[in-house]
Design a protein around this ligand. Structure first.
Ligand code: SR1
Ligand code: MG
Length: 405
């Protein structure tokens, strides 16, 4: 089914037809801007003369970054709505206020957070955002617990699984993260100076690990996960705004029933990109040290929240000893997925501005470093037992990058 696409001109009449939204903005004085700068959707910010505002998001019948030649069902907004429903229930303070789904128009309406900054941009500018990584950890733990067999009885978990398909977007992730960077594909592109590193990604030792992680992604339906939790899916406060929440997570259209480590990994992989950028730009030591603390901050918050929720689990057969096993497994998954999430942003479609906006010499050095470091993490992840071991691995490689810069 394809529904009529909204425009800046049609938004006021559309909102006027939504009695459930009456009073959120004064429709007699609104201005509308289309601000979607992501890869997939339309995003409108609607602001009235008094400054009240909201966001209207509609899925397009194709992939925005490519165009109508890549059709994509507008049903993905239903997956995003399920993601917001779950997050609203289990972690309302880590997402924008969600005003609900209008299924017939494939539209969701959200609190406008645009007074803040997308975290990737803040990182690119060298800004420190304290507490944001902990928000990610807490959010992942709460939604994971609430939507998994830890928080749901078995029948509810199975029912939730049955109504949580997101096959088209899962397919995009399977292709872009787990498949295309490791073979010839027309959407791949890289600077020829890193040919050797890119072609090295096709060595069997790595391909075997990519395969294991791909199967884990496809079959590890532990909980409803965000599915695309990179630093472009997080708002942090504008510089100097001491009153705003430390971070809010948005863009849940890739939500699916998957392994909990996938969301943490998405964040970890993007921290790696930010670290490479900061090193080649010789950012101040305080900023680089803070970047080096983000994985631990997110993981510690995740673990603490999970441990706090554990006594409320619905099934005592999940023993305390099993929790230790599960946390270890989730850590290993997370760093593996993180490595692959970093690699895809260097080689495949949909690259990251952290690396793309560098000048050529810096770009080459950073991209080469990301590939080598990500590969070492993926291949060695069983031995990278905890956040200290990961920090040591990344830290020693960063020292080499800085020495060569
Ligand atoms: C075709 S969509 C490309 C990418 O944009 C999203 O942010 C996801 O990361 C996806 O892989
Ligand atoms: Mg997105």
């Amino acid at each position: 089914m394809t529904v009529e696409v909204l425009t800046v001109e049609t938004i006021p009449a559309y909102l006027a037809s939504r009695a459930d939204l009456a009073g959120l903005v004064d429709l007699s004085s609104v201005t509308v801007q289309e601000v979607g700068d992501g890869n997939l959707n339309l995003v409108f910010i609607v602001t009235d003369a008094a400054g009240a505002s909201l966001v209207v998001k509609q899925s397009l019948p194709y992939v925005r970054m490519v165009g109508e030649s890549w059709p994509l069902s507008q049903d993905r907004i239903l997956a995003e709505a399920r993601g917001y429903d779950a997050a609203t229930r289990f972690s309302p303070d880590t997402i924008p206020t969600y005003f609900g789904l209008h299924e017939e128009r494939r539209v969701i309406v959200l609190e406008d957070l645009s007074a803040g900054t997308v975290w990737r941009r803040a990182l690119n500018e060298g800004r420190i955002s304290r507490g944001a990584a902990a928000v990610i950890g807490r959010h992942v733990a709460r939604v994971a617990f609430g939507t998994s067999p830890f928080g749901l009885d078995s029948a509810d978990y199975l029912r939730a699984l049955a109504v949580s398909p997101n096959p088209e977007l899962e397919r995009i992730t399977l292709d872009l993260v787990f498949t295309d960077p490791y073979r010839d594909h027309p959407d791949n592109a890289w600077n020829p100076a890193i040919d050797a590193e890119v072609l090295g990604l096709r060595e069997p030792a790595l391909l075997d690990e990519v395969a294991a992680l791909k199967l884990r992604f496809q079959t590890g339906a532990e909980a409803l996960v965000h599915g695309d939790l990179h630093t472009g899916s997080v708002f942090v406060p504008a510089e100097g705004d001491a009153h705003a929440a430390p971070a809010k997570i948005f863009d849940l259209e890739f939500a699916f029933a998957g392994p909990v480590g996938f969301d943490l990994g998405a964040f970890f992989g993007n921290v790696l990109l930010a670290q490479a950028r900061a090193a080649v730009l010789d950012r101040p030591a305080e900023f680089q040290e803070w970047l080096g603390s983000l994985v631990a901050e997110a993981w510690d918050a995740f673990e603490a929240e999970l441990r706090a929720l554990w006594p409320t689990r619905v099934d005592a057969a999940f023993t305390d000893g099993f929790l230790e096993q599960w946390l270890r497994r989730t850590w290993t998954d997370a760093i593996g997925f993180g490595g692959l999430k970093a690699i895809r942003r260097i080689v495949g479609l949909a690259k990251a501005s952290d690396i793309e906006s560098l000048d050529e010499a810096q770009h080459v050095a950073a991209a080469r470093w990301v590939l080598g470091t990500a590969r070492a993490i993926v291949e060695g992840r069983e031995a990278v037992a905890d956040r200290e071991a990961l920090a040591a691995l990344v830290g020693s490689r960063l020292a080499e990058l800085r020495a060569g810069a």
